[in-house]
Structures are given as structure tokens and as C-alpha cells.
Design a protein around this ligand. Structure first.
Ligand code: C2E
Ligand code: CA
Ligand code: CA
Ligand code: CA
Length: 279
């Protein structure tokens, strides 16, 4: 048994070293990824619950790694946050998403707004508001064209500072959404002080909304609360007709999930729109 224990320890240490080495490799490669234009944005539709019309798209970053293929954000965004690289990556995402919205509109596509995820580092940055204003101006976007999504945890990290930053963004004409709502611990008193327009109900509640009475209760309560505060609700991760039906019954405003479309590259959006327009 002792021998086996030692083997386990050795195995564990080797696995840890491999994970640490892998992380360092990723970190090094991440440093060149921006310069080499290895990032790409995919766009996922958000639809109005009643009409099922497209009302917004969310930009989601992917890393087109020369050998690893498409790396999902969960593999590299945390590293980018820890190393500070997220500042540059986040600035690129913001610019690229706004540029894309302007380009689509020029091509005649109707997309009413672009949603972009903002990291904790970006929210802390003293340059954020000026950067957002400059980006909107560069691409000639108007008030209401851009929605920034901030996770509940990010908004809670330094509440007073977050509130000040969000007010600045709001005054610049940006719409604000709280992402992954329900996974953090924000108090109602605090939520009331945030100048937000939208809550995004986390996918973890939507998944079992039909079968788990707790998830159903939390979702229904979130919808009622949000509406009573004058906020819109976007449900994440809607995959089935049953989920859609529950959310529609509880007057969820906007739906997002594989049922309505997976995140896809800009070219596919344009091609689909052109095909539809040609009919
Ligand atoms: P998120 O902002 O909560 O984005 C939703 C995630 O759920 C996306 O994963 C999306 O592809 C996935 N999803 C959407 N609909 C469904 C569905 O019906 N079923 C399932 N199973 N999944 C669905 P993705 O693209 O891998 O992004 C993961 C997270 O990475 C995002 O979560 C966000 O926190 C972060 N992220 C993505 N892009 C960016 C970015 O540009 N900047 C920052 N700071 N974070 C980003
Ligand atoms: Ca999001
Ligand atoms: Ca989310
Ligand atoms: Ca999430």
C-alpha cells in the first residue's frame, strides 16, 4: 500500500508538472497570438422571445492556434487575466466587434446591437471609458448599439468602483448587462445601485428548468425581480422547446442558446443573410 501511495504521489506530481508546463507554453504562445492575428470572434444570436426575431448578437472570442486548432476562451481567458494580457485582448475584442457591426450594417444586414464581454481587469482600468468612447466614434456607432456584459462576480469585486465605472459607461450611451446572474452573491440593495438594463440568467439554471423545481423557482423569481426593477432578462443556454416554453410563460424577454444558433464566424452570418435576401 505504501508503494502504491508513493506511485500515486509521483503520478500526481508528474501530472501537476505537466499541467504547469502546459500553462507556461500557453502563456508564451498567448503573447504572440495578438500580433499574429490568431484571435477570431464568433457571434451568437439573441432573439426576442415573442417574435423570435434577431435582436442582438454576442461576440465570443476564440483562439485559432496554429497547431492546437480552435482554443475555447475558458482555456486562455483566465491566463490572459492573470498576466494582464487581457487588457490588449479585450481592447481588440471591443474594436473588432464594433468594426464588424458597422461592416454588417454597411452590407445591409440588420443587427440592432452587439454584446461584448468585459473582464474584471478591463472594468478596473482607468482608461475603459475613454477607450469605449473612442471605439464607438471610430466605427460611427450610436447610443444603444453596444451592450457590455459584466459578470456578477466582476461587478461585486469592488462594488464602489464598479458602480462609478458603470455610470461612466452608461453616460457614454452603452447598454449594460449583468452576465451569469444568479451564480454570485449580489444583494438586492447593491443590484439596485447598478445602472444596468439587463440581467442574463445563467445557463446553469436554464439547463434543468423543466425538471428541477429549485431551478424553476430561481428562474421564475429572477424574472419577477428583474421585471419589477424595470430590467430586461436574457436567458442563456436555451436548447430545448421545453426550456423555451417555460421562459416564454414567465415572460423572459430575450433568448439565447443553441436552439436559436451556435456562435459562428462573421462570414457565415453574412452568407446566410445574403442567401435569405436573394430569395
Ligand atoms: P458567457 O459570456 O457566459 O458566454 C456563453 C457561453 O455559453 C459561450 O461559451 C457560448 O458558446 C455558450 N453557449 C451559448 N449557448 C449555449 C447552449 O445552448 N448550450 C451550451 N452548452 N452552451 C452555450 P464560450 O464561447 O466558450 O465562452 C465561454 C466564456 O468565455 C464566456 O461565457 C465568457 O465568460 C468568456 N468569454 C468569451 N469571449 C470573451 C471575450 O471576448 N472577453 C472576455 N473577457 N470573456 C470572454
Ligand atoms: Ca456573456
Ligand atoms: Ca453568461
Ligand atoms: Ca457563463
Amino acid at each position: 500500500a505504501k508503494e502504491q501511495g508513493r506511485n500515486n504521489v509521483q503520478f500526481f506530481t508528474a501530472a501537476m508538472n505537466a499541467a504547469a508546463a502546459e500553462r507556461m507554453t500557453l502563456e508564451t504562445e498567448l503573447r504572440t497570438a495578438l500580433d499574429e492575428q490568431q484571435f477570431v470572434l464568433h457571434y451568437q444570436p439573441q432573439v426576442e422571445t415573442q417574435s423570435q426575431q434577431l435582436c442582438a448578437v454576442e461576440a465570443l472570442i476564440r483562439w485559432q492556434h496554429p497547431t492546437r486548432g480552435l482554443v475555447p476562451p475558458m482555456r486562455f481567458i483566465p491566463i490572459a487575466e492573470e498576466t494582464g494580457m487581457i487588457e490588449a485582448i479585450g481592447a481588440w475584442v471591443l474594436d473588432e466587434a464594433c468594426r464588424q457591426l458597422a461592416e454588417w450594417r454597411q452590407a445591409g444586414m440588420r443587427v440592432s446591437r452587439m454584446a461584448v464581454n468585459l473582464s474584471a481587469c478591463q472594468l478596473r482600468s482607468p482608461n475603459l471609458i475613454a477607450q469605449v468612447q473612442a471605439t464607438l466614434k471610430r466605427h460611427r456607432l450610436d447610443r444603444g448599439d453596444l451592450e457590455l456584459e459584466i459578470t456578477e462576480t466582476t461587478a461585486m469585486a469592488n462594488p464602489e468602483h464598479a458602480i462609478a465605472q458603470l455610470h461612466g459607461l452608461r453616460e457614454s450611451g452603452v447598454l449594460l448587462a449583468i452576465d451569469d446572474f444568479g451564480t454570485g452573491y449580489s444583494s438586492l440593495a447593491y443590484l439596485k445601485r447598478l445602472p444596468i438594463q439587463t440581467l442574463k440568467l445563467d445557463r446553469s439554471f436554464v439547463r434543468d428548468i423543466e425538471t428541477d423545481p429549485n431551478d424553476a423557482a430561481i428562474s421564475a423569481a429572477t424574472l419577477a425581480l428583474a421585471h419589477s426593477m424595470g430590467l430586461k432578462v436574457v436567458a442563456e443556454g436555451v436548447e430545448t422547446e421545453g426550456q423555451r416554453h417555460f421562459l416564454a410563460t414567465h415572460r423572459c424577454d430575450v433568448l439565447q442558446g443553441y436552439m436559436f444558433g451556435k456562435p459562428e464566424p462573421a462570414e457565415i452570418w453574412l452568407a446566410r443573410w445574403q442567401a435569405a435576401a436573394a430569395q
